[in-house]
Design a protein around this ligand. Sequence first.
Ligand code: CMC
Length: 431
Amino acid sequence: MANNTLTIRDNRTGKELEIPILEGSEGPGVVDIAKFYKEFGLFTFDPGFRSTASCRSRITFIDGDEGILLYRGYPIEQLAEQSSFLEVCYLLLNGELPNKTQHDEFVKLVSEHTMVHEQMLFFYRGYRRDAHPMAIMVGMVGALSAFFHDSLDIQNPRHREVSAFRMLAKIPTIAAYSYKYSVGQPFVYPQNRLGYVENFLNMMFSVPCDDYKISSVAARALEQVLILHADHEQNASTSTVRLAGSSGANPFAAISAGIGALWGPAHGGANEAVLLMLEQIGTVERIPEFIKRAKDPDDPFRLMGFGHRVYKNYDPRAKVLRKAAHDVLEDLGRGDDPLFKMALALERIALEDDYFIKKKLYPNVDFYSGVIQSAIGIPTNMFTVIFAVARTIGWISQWMEMISEEDHSIGRPRQLYIGAKQRNYLSLSQR
Ligand code: CMC
């Protein structure tokens, strides 16, 4: 029984209901409206879910007003600075940081499952060469379910675990192959001796006919990008994964649905949209013109990479990546690149503009991740794919959490129906 309640009175009937308030370990409590319809015969209405908690979760906590992001209680800044991506994966999946033995076993497990079934390579050839790599990702990740009949029983914890590390290990390979296919280069097989990020860079950029030296600056920057994108509580793609998974769909199908949701420019597609926008703006001199457009309520143009549904202070991930972006540009000697100069000028101008200050529209994680990825040579249409590679662990962890809850049931929202009232069918001659 909750200690606190909220009393709601239906003024039509005078009926009152005490609604329990449930407290979490951090952040605002929630009112438990599960009995609301039964008691009042009313649904609640919250399009965009601005005030709705869709689940209980122990994984990630965000305080949007204070600019705080915690994975399993650990501040994102500490993890980005001191941890590795695979360690963060272990943490998100299992709830605790691994000790040395657990860490080494986990790294070995993931690195030994990076190859995809050779048969899958034929699927790539069915795509047009100019297919967007996210289109390939949606198809290929869903297709994994056709190869692993041995681990599709979602009620079996061992099956869930096997699916989890298979996806974690294979999605970077699938992602790199989607790029290789688009540029007509041979697929580069994964190398188990390389670290997770180094292996990904190698699969992306090495070619059989030449040596490829993995840049440690690029690897560290990408590692930070992956850590910072690994999870973000109940965002659109994660909610999609949970909803798809709630029907009992297999995890490959559920994650594939999440990849589709991530693709949109209001979500993961924003990092690609940032670079396209910078190219569209073209020169520093034209920035004021685009700022003016972004402020015009009659113009649909928005500054991509600015604003966030939850962070109304500063996106803590953006703070880390802002520094990383400056470091990478300096380390790689790209500070004078016109595109990056323009990104930094846009950042400065928007941060000083009254409209953006008043509406609390700060650069978000995608603004800087696009800049970093571009600086290390990742093609623009792969930015969202890399977001998907990073978010895979978040999706899997959230899906695992949902499936292992005793009272989980299919997600099935209701609606406010505003269509035609019941009417009778008229035959064609009567219309
Ligand atoms: N440029 C110009 N105006 C903006 C922007 C922007 N980027 N973002 C919000 N606004 C304005 C918007 O026009 C509205 O103004 P008004 O109150 O006068 O109508 C006000 O700010 C609130 O906007 P909203 O659309 O109600 O806010 P939201 O919480 O629904 O949207 C958002 C959040 C991220 C979708 C939005 O800020 C946006 O479209 N940003 C650009 C896309 C982007 O960078 N997305 C990546 C998000 S971070 C990655 C992730 O976590 O997925």
